[in-house]
Design a binder for this molecule. Structure first.
Ligand SMILES: Nc1ncnc2c1ncn2[C@@H]1O[C@H](COP(=O)(O)OP(=O)(O)OP(=O)(O)O)[C@@H](O)[C@H]1O
Ligand SMILES: [Mg+2]
Length: 308
């Protein structure tokens, strides 16, 4: 698939000497939702800042839409939308004027119909004349999103878009992001809500201490690194594991009243099916079966703790 963003050897050392990005290579494909995960201070906002022109890289190169950001920054930037992590804009401006201004900044002609559609999609139309300072935090975040969409960007960065927003707005955001993706917009988001990445992302990148630890297709990642645990509650206690069960990772629970299976990777489903058949064939009855699958969060914590 065509790449929309190519980052090579990107390094950022801040004046104090802290290296926030350490030779980052990253490629994002046109039309995908890419989730960048990493703990606080990992370098996510710095990476976004480097692409969007707020952070001057110490080394490396960034190409967006095939344009070299160091040379063609203005042209490339006009095609990028950014929803920043920090709320920092003109709080005395009205909602609608602020969003219109963002469109103008990208050098596009005014389009009141477009601005209205964006404000309506974010439930901001009724607030269009309100000064931004009068809005609640969640509403301000909606304004940031509206501003980022005002110039029809092909590539959008959402830096912690749902930090501190309520469940309803988070759902709205997911819907909005899904809709953008359907229109072909490429989305790069950072989030601490890993279930958000699990829900939406096509690919996932994990960054820690300025280094990319992994980039992988989400489904592949979860199939490869995910683990499955199944606990059978036995109708009759077992005193020992049946010696003739296939070579699976099994253990007995307290007083032999439960049987626990652990598997990992792509084989786990098949193994579990095999185990159920084996138990039935041996007349070992069970009254309940609880299955726990690891989430992207488990995988993420594991990766960051063990340094990949
Ligand atoms: N302007 C700056 N000057 C010096 N150091 C900075 C500056 N901005 C960020 N840093 C440092 O760079 C590192 C990466 O910060 P960054 O904001 O990119 O992390 P992040 O992954 O976005 O974290 P979070 O999840 O908390 O938003 C941190 O150690 C941070 O303290
Ligand atoms: Mg950040």
């Amino acid at each position: 698939m065509e790449s929309i963003l190519e980052i090579q050897g990107l390094t950022k050392t801040y004046p104090g000497g802290l290296t926030a990005l350490d030779a980052v290579d990253l490629e994002v494909r046109r039309g995908e939702i890419f989730a960048l995960l990493g703990p606080n201070g990992a370098g996510k906002t710095t990476l976004i800042g480097a692409v969007c022109g707020m952070v001057r890289p110490t080394g490396g190169s960034i190409r967006a839409f095939g344009l070299d950001m160091a040379r063609d920054w203005r042209r490339a930037r006009a095609r990028i939308g950014l929803v920043p992590q920090e709320l920092g804009f003109d709080i005395f401006e009205s909602v609608e004027r602020s969003v219109r201004f963002s469109r103008g900044l990208a050098g596009l002609a005014p389009d009141p119909g477009k601005i209205e559609a964006i404000l309506r999609s974010l439930s901001l139309w009724d607030k269009r004349d309100a000064q931004i300072r009068m809005l609640s935090g969640g509403m301000k975040r909606r304004v940031l999103i509206a501003k980022a969409l005002a110039h029809d960007p092909e590539l959008i960065f959402l830096d912690e878009p749902t930090a501190g927003v309520d469940v309803e707005l988070r759902r709205d955001m997911w819907r909005l992001i899904g809709g953008l993706r359907e229109q072909g917009t490429t989305i790069i988001l950072t989030t601490h809500y890993i279930e958000e990445a699990e829900e939406m992302a096509d690919r996932v990148g994990v960054i820690d201490k300025g280094r990319i630890l992994l980039v992988e297709d989400k489904d592949t990642l979860m199939a490869r690194m995910g683990s499955k645990e199944a606990v059978f509650t036995l109708s009759e206690p077992l005193h020992a594991l049946p010696p003739d069960l296939p070579g699976l990772s099994l253990s007995l629970g307290e007083a032999g009243r439960s049987l626990c299976y652990r598997g990992s990777g792509a084989d786990a489903d098949g193994e579990l099916a095999e185990l159920v058949q084996a138990l039935v064939a041996r007349g070992i009855r069970f009254s309940a079966l609880d299955i726990h699958e690891s989430t992207l969060e488990d995988i993420f914590v594991d990766l960051v703790e063990n340094g990949g």
